[in-house]
Design a protein around this ligand. Structure first.
Ligand code: FMN
Length: 318
């Protein structure tokens, strides 16, 4: 459906999903994704798509994240820019993408909606999405409020969905890829693992911090606001958690100065890892190098094939 060689997708990542990363993933046989809202205007998004096209002749997607924001976002104009640029795959996330489907469908675009629960996945299927990306509790960013891990969510999706689906969250090696396929997924979607690659356009110190981290180094912030986000555990995330733990209701204004998006963007540029927050998943515990996207995808596919053909085959025929 996506016209790619390997069933490996790079999910949208605010401030990270630029042409450098998206084209590297696509050139390596996966599906790279440009993050729409990382571009300040729809016009800039058109230019970023053109820049990506100059770096790869393979398919790539654009992510449109429809979340409540402090500043209103002209989502319709971003959607139109995607269509006008001739993009054929869109990853939607954040909210029900139904209002955008007629526009995307009439342009022949395949829509992959990212969902954190079975009920949202079934809803996405019922409104005509072509594929869903099932984001388990392990994932970076917004895992929802149900706290169901992929070990449960993926077999559930396999039992109930008719459309294809990607396993997303907590995957970063060939074992994860083979396991996702074994649990019924048609492919995988990764965020955190692709942040820690040579082509990810973020400071080396941020990448190294994630290499050094363990599986215990993420925090779930915004739980009290029912808008949970999994971020890297640093002093800023700890401060947010302290404020959320205080008696009484937490208001976004109480933590706003700590979590401003602009601070997250700046830390990706200057590598000062204690000045803001950034999304990161539990898979940081399994990341111990900074390969190119080509090295990463090839290694994962080789590892998964070896597990399937050698280990599992032997176990099954024993
Ligand atoms: C730094 C970062 C930024 C992200 N930003 C977005 C975003 O803007 N929109 C979105 O739909 N998902 C976003 N995600 C989530 C990823 O697309 C993906 O669903 C998630 O990372 C999968 O979990 P994993 O990190 O365990 O692979 C982000 C993830 C990371 C690591």
């Amino acid at each position: 459906m996506l016209g790619i060689q390997h069933p490996v997708v790079q999910g949208g990542m605010q401030w990270v999903g630029l042409a450098e990363l998206a084209s590297a993933v696509s050139n390596a046989g996966g599906l790279g994704t440009i993050t729409g809202l990382t571009q300040p205007t729809p016009e800039e998004l058109v230019k970023e798509i053109e820049r990506c096209r100059s770096m790869t002749d393979k398919p790539f997607a654009v992510n449109l994240t429809i979340l409540p924001t402090i500043k209103p976002v002209p989502y319709e104009e971003y959607a139109q820019a995607i269509v006008d640029s001739g993009i054929k795959i869109v990853e939607t996330a954040g909210r029900n993408p139904e209002p955008f489907l007629p526009l995307f469908k009439s342009a022949g675009i395949k829509v992959i909606h990212k969902c954190t629960s079975l009920r949202h996945s079934l809803k996405a299927e019922s409104i005509g999405c072509d594929m869903v990306s099932v984001d388990g509790f392990e994932c970076a960013g917004h895992p929802g409020e149900d706290d169901v891990t992929n070990m449960i969510l993926l077999p559930l999706a396999a039992r109930r969905l008719k459309i294809p689906f990607l396993a997303s969250g907590g995957i970063g090696d060939g074992r994860g890829l083979a396991a996702a396929l074994a649990m019924g997924a048609d492919g995988i979607n990764m965020g955190t693992r692709f942040m820690v690659t040579k082509e990810a356009p973020i400071h080396e110190k941020v990448k190294q911090k994630m290499v050094d981290a363990s599986e215990l180094d993420t925090s779930l912030i915004y739980r009290s606001l029912r808008n949970t986000a999994r971020v890297f555990k640093n002093s800023v995330a700890e401060q947010v958690l302290e404020i959320e733990a205080q008696p009484g209701e937490t208001k976004f204004e109480d933590i706003q100065s700590l979590v401003q998006g602009v601070k997250g963007r700046e830390l990706f540029e200057d590598g000062d890892v204690e000045t803001g927050i950034w999304s990161a998943g539990m898979i940081v515990g399994l990341i111990d190098d900074i390969p190119s996207c080509e090295e990463l995808i090839t290694r994962m596919v080789d590892e998964a094939e070896a597990i399937i053909h050698e280990r599992l085959d032997k176990l099954a025929s024993a």
